[in-house]
Design a protein around this ligand. Structure first.
Ligand code: C2E
Ligand code: CA
Ligand code: CA
Ligand code: CA
Length: 290
């Protein structure tokens, strides 16, 4: 009887909807789902602009609910963050993502001539989204480093993505943990860039390696001059600070060509591939050498 549709208290006041009302998610539901290991990670490929070689994957979490099917992260991450369950969720995501990365077929199975050919599997990166809350957990870096050592995964192959707004929430407090992560060799990426109001001064202080242009600009690049201006400015800023620039939300060939032309280093989006289950992503890798 988890998440009975229509549970929401103020449901009756809402105007008639065409879709079934979404069940309310509570902390207890999340806790039970974590205990039952109902969270599953899917992987979205990321390519190098220009060469269009595979560079790595981003891990994206899904709640595979036994009754309600697949529930996207936007519906439970905020609650996981405010309730403190996010740390357990991040651990489960990391466990799955690292084990999957470790089990990828060696690059010998990949045809070096295919269009989206992979570099050596060792060089593939795994990007994991973390919450600003994790930055308060001093033991996080040590646990992470221990886990990588046990799996023989090089820290430089891991990229931790933080949203622009969360990283800038408390830049002084973030600095300590982010610096410790960077010193262990992990890479840090600033996500959804352009949607917050970071000052350049703050950005320079934090040890990021990558900046991700928010998909809202990339998805509208072809029809909006403003979006194109924002993309170019972000790429200039990022490169000026020595950061790699990734365009997310690349949905068309035109958008990929545009972000490549303005100097983005990496790209992600439905045009390249949707986020895929672990098995599907391995198939996708195999299809790179038909
Ligand atoms: P994000 O990190 O900005 O991830 C990109 C989102 O855009 C993903 O949505 C992805 O499926 C979607 N996307 C990718 N390519 C395209 C495209 O070409 N067009 C469009 N329209 N969308 C595209 P998703 O998977 O629903 O994730 C939403 C957000 O939830 C993520 O945004 C991230 O902030 C958060 N999230 C996902 N997984 C985790 C996690 O394991 N931990 C934490 N803390 N947050 C997560
Ligand atoms: Ca992300
Ligand atoms: Ca993003
Ligand atoms: Ca986002």
């Amino acid at each position: 009887e988890l998440l009975t549709p229509g549970e929401t208290a103020n449901n009756t006041a809402a105007p008639a909807r065409t879709r079934r009302p979404k069940p309310e998610i509570t902390e207890a539901h999340l806790k039970a789902a974590l205990d039952a290991r109902q969270f599953s990670v899917i992987y979205q490929p990321k390519i190098e602009c220009g060469s269009e070689k595979l560079a790595g994957f981003e891990a994206l979490v899904r709640w595979v609910h036994p009754e309600h099917g697949i529930i996207g992260p936007d519906r439970f991450i905020p609650l996981a963050e405010s309730s403190g369950l996010i740390d357990t969720l991040t651990e489960q995501v990391l466990d799955q993502a690292l084990a999957w990365l470790k089990a990828l077929p060696p690059d010998s199975v990949l045809d070096p001539c295919s269009r989206l050919r992979a570099r050596a599997t060792d060089a593939l990166t795994m990007s994991v989204n973390i919450s600003a809350r994790t930055l308060n957990d001093a033991a996080f870096v040590d646990r992470l480093a221990a886990r990588c050592e046990a799996l023989e995964i090089h820290p430089a192959n891991l990229i931790f993505e933080l949203t622009e707004t969360s990283a800038m929430d408390d830049p002084v407090a973030s600095l300590d943990l982010l610096t410790r992560m960077r010193m262990k060799g992990f890479h840090l990426s600033i996500d959804d860039f352009g949607t917050g109001f970071s000052s350049m001064v703050q950005l320079v202080r934090l040890p990021f390696s990558e900046i991700k242009v928010d998909k809202s600009f990339v998805m509208t690049a072809m029809e909006s001059r403003e979006s194109r201006t924002v993309i170019r400015s972000i790429v200039d800023l990022g490169h000026g600070l020595g950061l790699r620039c990734t365009a997310e939300g690349v949905e068309t060939r035109e958008a990929l060509d545009y972000v490549t032309e303005v100097g983005c280093d990496l790209a992600q989006g439905y045009f390249i591939a949707r986020p895929l289950s672990g098995d599907k992503a391995v198939e996708w890798l195999r299809d790179l050498h038909p």
